[in-house]
Design a protein around this ligand. Structure first.
Ligand code: NAG
Ligand code: NAG
Ligand code: NAG
Ligand code: NAG
Ligand code: NAG
Ligand code: NAG
Ligand code: NAG
Length: 411
């Protein structure tokens, strides 16, 4: 993405203390503000105060627990058939199965696996691969840049618990790509892990771009931790750590479940069509200048792209917009989510283009918490009725019934 930090004006932030207390009482959480432990390298998520109370509020505690157990025990005997045929290509459903494992490659830094780096494991996957291959990555900090080419679909990255397999690098957009040709990586190539192939799955992986937070107004400091540029990808119990442009949700249909995503400026961005379920979004402090949780890039109202956050939890240490309109027809929905007071009362930003106030689709449904008060919202944003919200709440938003495992579809 182009330079944008300079666009931010100083925040006109009103602390809605009374409402804050009322809303906290409503969600039955503790009276202390959820706090986030400051990050170190490698950064790990620490559960904020009030998080458990929020989980109970959305009645998802048991689901979460069982999902975490299920997905951390993926192995060759764990076979779950797909829900149905895929709608947009000829398929062999067993091949497309997200969980049916045909082959396992073990990455172990101490040399007790099939290879020591993730790149070597990808090299072991044959081009035009037609079966599910699980790359099991043993605990460790893997300092490498990883790219999965389009020709290698059906790859799963499987880590060990949600915070012990860490893939990290520190490229930024302005790093040289070719000194000879005076070219730069740009945002697209700054990603620590970039996936260009279909049917990618990641379970229990920490994706990080560790480039330091740039001073406000810096140019070319976009530093992507993960980019997904292909259709039908699923992420469970993963963490995405960065500062500016953490998660490039570029294009395709994607499902993020129980993920932790952290950043300050536009930290979930792109033109994907994605459902974020039970995710935690942590807004970092950008030297006191408001950042944005999302920068969705839909550029045509007839496109079905957009980001939908359901049963998610927003907190952090820096003020943020819920979204700012990168594309003319940017589309983002937050439903049944908890918003801490890091969310600016105005909620949404047109990225300096008034025309986008008419064409963006920015909406909220049944959210709670001090940041969810809609009375101060941008007048062009929407509060949805149950019927209006419905298309964004379920798997249908990403046609998940056609490509995600059956176990996912019961909700
Ligand atoms: C589907 O995939 C399975 C496993 O790879 C293979 O045995 C079977 O022949 C394939 N079926 C079709 C119709 O391609
Ligand atoms: C991973 O998370 C667990 C549980 O929250 C915590 O006890 C542990 O210290 C974390 N491990 C690392 C490597 O940060
Ligand atoms: C990335 O990290 C390496 C090793 O710590 C360091 O030498 C390099 O300067 C860093 N690059 C950037 C752009 O921060
Ligand atoms: C954010 O950073 C600014 C400047 O670095 C600082 O003044 C402010 O107190 C910080 N805010 C929070 C909530 O930590
Ligand atoms: C929208 O973006 C896509 C992908 O970049 C491009 O192919 C398409 O032409 C764009 N549509 C419009 C209306 O600009
Ligand atoms: C976005 O809107 C502006 C103003 O209406 C228009 O000039 C521009 O072509 C649009 N861009 C796309 C990609 O549709
Ligand atoms: C939100 O959902 C809860 C639980 O289903 C319901 O009781 C409440 O009325 C809803 N609130 C709004 C504003 O829709």
């Amino acid at each position: 993405m182009g330079s944008k930090s300079e666009r931010w004006g100083s925040p006109a932030f009103v602390v809605l203390c009374t409402l804050c207390i009322l809303f906290r009482a409503a969600v039955g959480s503790s009276t202390t503000s959820p706090s986030w432990t400051s990050v170190s390298d490698p950064r790990v998520w620490q559960e904020p105060d009030g998080f458990q109370a929020w989980l109970q509020y959305v009645h998802r505690t048991s689901d979460l627990a069982s999902d975490w157990a299920t997905h951390s025990k993926l192995d060759t005997t764990d076979v779950t058939p797909l829900g149905g045929p895929n709608d947009d290509e000829q398929t062999n459903s067993t091949e497309h199965n997200l969980l049916q494992v045909k082959r396992k490659i073990v990455v172990d830094q101490s040399g007790k696996g099939d290879c020591r780096t993730i790149k070597e494991a990808i090299d072991l996957v044959p081009p035009q691969n037609r079966e599910r291959i699980v790359i099991h990555i043993r605990p460790g900090v893997y300092r490498e840049k990883v790219k999965i080419p389009k020709t290698k679909p059906y790859i799963t990255f499987e880590g060990y618990s949600n915070n012990q397999t860490i893939i990290t690098y520190n490229s930024t957009a302005s790093d040289p790509k070719s000194k000879k040709h005076h070219t730069y990586l740009r945002t697209y190539n700054s990603a620590t892990v970039a996936v260009n192939s279909k049917y990618f799955v990641a379970v229990n992986i920490v994706f990080q771009n560790s480039a330091p937070a740039p001073p406000p107004g810096s140019i070319g400091k976009q530093a992507v931790a993960f980019r997904i540029s292909a259709d039908m990808a699923a992420f469970y119990n993963c963490q995405f750590l960065g500062f500016q442009d953490t998660l490039y949700d570029h294009h395709g249909r994607h499902y993020f479940k129980n993920c932790y995503i952290e950043g300050a400026v536009d930290f979930i961005f792109g033109n994907g069509r994605s459902l974020y379920k039970n995710c935690v979004l942590n807004a970092l402090n950008n030297s006191g200048i408001p950042g944005s949780l999302t920068a969705q890039k839909r550029n045509d109202t007839t496109l079905d792209t957009g980001f939908s956050f359901v049963d998610s939890y927003i907190s952090g240490s820096g003020q943020v917009y819920l979204g700012r309109a990168w594309g003319n027809d940017s589309r983002v929905v937050f439903a049944r989510s908890y918003m801490d007071d890091v969310v600016l009362p105005v909620g949404w930003n047109d990225w300096g283009s008034e025309g986008r106030e008419r064409t963006s689709y920015y909406a909220e449904y049944n959210c709670s918490g001090p940041g969810a008060v809609t009375s101060g919202r941008a007048p062009w944003a929407r509060v949805l009725t149950e019927d209006e919200a419905k298309p964004f709440l379920s798997m249908d938003f990403i046609n998940g019934k056609r490509w995600l495992p059956k176990a996912e579809i019961t909700q």
